[in-house]
Design a protein around this ligand. Structure first.
Ligand code: AOF
Ligand code: ZN
Length: 365
């Protein structure tokens, strides 16, 4: 005889349904700004009877879609929401009232809404109506989902992520790892997620094409090109009217590019001096809540911006890609001998793990 293996999973129900909420919320990644991503499931007798997510600012909230989906089954159910239900009339009516009207028995919430016009008032309203409320389920996950929204709500400044690629010998690289720009690659996903990406215009002299997310149906970010180095002419690719509307050039000198780009339908903003504060102020005025500061091309274009970012705490997050190559760069430029050698020095079987205060990479020559 043999053994029958019985797999016994301890299912933490609240966590399980909340993770489903987050999964649903993510369906609208890159589409909800300035609103958060929110997911909702309605559960009755241990079964999901309704699901919904917030697709876009101006459209109904997650709870409304989930309640609609559940119909009459919402009565005496438990509603799971990744963010505290709102209690205000914004572009849409309050979700608290919709939940009360649907006679939901219990509401389980991932995190309190940092929006000062909500901030626990939604929970209070539900409790006052006799609904059992539980909060803080999968809170870290829910907060990570909306890290940009939370930061923006609390500081009224865009959430800024610094991204760059390094060689294993510690030099900034002007290119990304292969595959990362394809669908499913981290860079393609970042472009989908962020409202805007800031790049040096010198990038365009290298390959002439603007980065775009390859995720299906991605809402492309606004591309902000910093053109401050007069030594580099700006070579813009010919863009469709729609693509051109997603590009802005920031320059600190009146240069001939202004007329060139105007002809192509590309907006050019001339600043007295380009610095991170002016860039972020501009983003805020345009309702952009998350910004990817993508360091490529000429790193020198970003020196002042980085200094300001560190000194004034304007950067929230960093994403560093370390590529398995030995670049062979020297301080005073590229050493041809080493660069050529470096091209051969690609590491294989790369692994990474956390060391106590850093990240440890291992690879084979
Ligand atoms: C929820 N569920 O799905 C979302 C919420 O202008 P409105 O009406 O869309 O309101 C926007 C605010 O509502 C937003 O700042 C945030 O506080 C909350 N978003 N709340 O209960 C949702 N998206
Ligand atoms: Zn709402």
């Amino acid at each position: 005889g043999g053994y029958v293996v019985v797999r016994c999973e301890v299912k933490d129900d609240d966590g399980f349904y909340m993770r489903r909420c987050v999964e649903l919320a993510r369906k609208a990644i890159g589409c909800t700004s300035p609103n958060p991503m929110v997911g909702c499931v309605i559960v009755k007798d241990g079964k999901i009877v309704g699901e919904g997510f917030h697709p876009k600012a101006g459209q109904p909230h997650a709870e409304v879609f989930a309640l609609r989906d559940a119909g009459d089954l919402a009565e005496n159910s438990t509603a799971y929401v990744s963010l505290e239900p709102c209690n205000h009339f914004g572009r849409t009516p309050p979700c608290t009232e919709a939940l009360i009207k649907a006679k939901v028995k219990k509401v389980v919430v991932g995190m309190v809404d940092p929006n000062p016009i909500v901030a626990s008032k939604g929970l209070d309203r539900l409790r006052d109506a006799g609904i059992f409320v539980k909060t803080g389920v999968e809170e870290q996950l829910c907060k990570k989902l909306n890290e940009a929204y939370i930061h923006q709500m609390l500081t009224r400044k865009p959430f800024v992520t610094l991204r760059y690629s390094l060689s294993v010998d510690g030099h900034f690289l002007d290119h990304l790892g292969e595959e990362v720009t394809k669908s499913g690659g981290y860079y393609s996903q970042l472009l989908q997620e962020y409202d805007a990406v800031i790049l040096s215009s010198t990038l365009l002299t290298a390959n002439g094409s603007l980065p775009a997310s390859e995720e299906p149906g991605a809402n492309q970010p606004l591309q902000i090109l910093i053109a401050r180095n007069p030594r580099y002419p700006i070579k813009l690719p010919v863009l469709t009217t729609e693509a051109a509307s997603k590009v802005i050039i920031f320059t600190d000198k009146e240069r001939t590019i202004e007329t060139e780009t105007a002809q192509r339908g590309i907006e050019t903003v001339v600043f007295d001096g380009i610095n991170l504060i002016t860039i972020l102020d501009y983003c805020k005025r345009r309702g952009l809540c998350s910004v990817l500061l993508d360091i490529r091309g000429n790193i020198g274009d970003f020196e002042g911006i980085l200094k300001e970012g560190f000194e004034q705490n304007l950067l929230q997050k960093v994403m560093v890609e370390v590529l398995p190559i030995w670049s062979g760069c020297k301080e005073d430029g590229l050493s041809e001998e080493l660069t050529n050698l470096g091209k051969r020095l690609r590491l294989r079987n790369l692994t990474s793990r956390n060391s106590i205060r850093g990240v440890l990479l291992e690879g084979y020559f």
